[in-house]
Structures are given as C-alpha cells and as structure tokens.
Design a protein around this ligand. Structure first.
Ligand code: CU
Length: 143
C-alpha cells in the first residue's frame, strides 16, 4: 500500500521555530489553501480515523479537484454517497443534481480511494460499516 505524506511549505518553516508545537503543521479545515491546493497538487486528503471520523469532517474543493480518502486506522472504512446503500439516506447522503453517486468499497488499513468532483454544490457522504456511529462527512464544491 502506498503511503502519502502531505507537507505544507509553511510547515517546514514553522518546524524550525516551533519544533515542539506540531499542531501548527496540521492542515487547515478548509482543504483549499492559499494557492488553491493543499501543497499536494489538486488532491485534498481526508483521513479515515480510528475514532470513526473523517478528518477534516468538512472540506471545500474547487470543481475538478480530487479528494483522496486515506485509512489511518486499523480497520476497514468506506467513502460512500449512494442513497441505495444507506440506512438513513435523508440524513447521510446529499448529492447536487447531476452529480454521480460513489462508493469506494472497503478501504483497508493504509489504503486510499480517490474521487474527482466536477459538479458544484453540497455533498454528504458516509462510511458503510460505521454509519450507525455517524461516521459522516460533508464536501462543498465551488467553481
Ligand atoms: Cu468507518
């Protein structure tokens, strides 16, 4: 499995002065950085965490950008926006009109899945094995 390291240029500078304050190198809540990306091309990373959350739980991307979900836990997750696969589609699935559903299938520990967003609007998606635990995330795609 491929491991992905995301570094922000600013993190390197901050590390020099704030070596003990690692929290400064965390990604911003908004996936779109000052240069329109997160320092990793047009890919925005969302971690699938051991505490059954997507982190960041909300990301904003531009049309044409890709989100990469990375499983940083020791068990499987999915990234799914398909009402037919949801126990509560009213709450846990939202797709702008014209946007296609997606389902990553099981993402094993250390694995990842990518989806590119073309249709602007608000999305809600969930993790199939952890839907009951409200492992749900949101995405806003802007022009
Ligand atoms: Cu999950």
């Amino acid at each position: 499995m491929r491991h992905t390291k995301v570094h922000q240029a600013s993190s390197v500078v901050m590390l020099l002065g704030f070596a003990l304050l690692g929290c400064f190198s965390e990604e911003p809540e908004d996936g779109v950085g000052p240069n329109g990306n997160n320092g990793n091309g047009d890919v925005v990373v969302v971690n699938m965490q051991p505490d059954l959350t997507f982190q960041p739980v909300h990301v904003q991307v531009r049309a044409g950008q890709t989100i990469r979900w990375v499983n940083t836990s020791n068990f499987d997750h999915t990234s799914t926006a398909d009402p037919a696969k949801s126990l509560d589609p009213e709450a846990n699935v939202r797709l702008p009109s014209g946007a296609a559903t997606w389902d990553s299938g099981s993402i094993t520990p250390g694995g990842s899945f990518e989806h590119t967003f073309q249709v602007t609007g608000d999305y809600t998606y969930f993790c199939i094995p952890h839907e009951s635990q409200v492992m749900v995330g949101t995405i806003t795609v802007v022009e």
